[in-house]
Write a protein that binds this ligand. Structure first.
Ligand SMILES: [Zn+2]
Length: 96
């Protein structure tokens, strides 16, 4: 089959602010694509885990969190799975 017009890949423009990571971003305008995002997580004393969707600025190397509502659910699910796999590997020392 020939692809005549390929659907553009998802992307999002954000400003590097350091939000959620201590601030102090360089204010560069960044075009974020799916592969630039990784999930980080924090588990509180009650065992509840919260996930954050984060990118690292190529200009100043600071991390900025992207608001959950700005991401398609398919990307959120994928990134949370990757994060859970990473945590599992840290705890059990092997891939699941
Ligand atoms: Zn920056």
């Amino acid at each position: 089959m020939k692809v005549l017009i390929k659907r553009p890949a998802w992307n999002l423009k954000i400003i590097c602010t350091g939000k959620g990571n201590g601030g102090g971003g360089c204010k560069s305008l960044l075009l974020v694509e799916e592969n630039d995002i990784y999930a980080t997580s924090h588990t509180d004393y009650a065992g509840d885990t919260e996930y954050y969707y984060t990118v690292r600025c190529p200009v100043c190397d600071k991390e900025t969190d992207i608001p959950e509502w700005a991401l398609p659910s398919s990307i959120r699910i994928k990134k949370v799975n990757e994060r859970q796999e990473e945590v599992y590997q840290k705890v059990y020392g092997r891939k699941w």
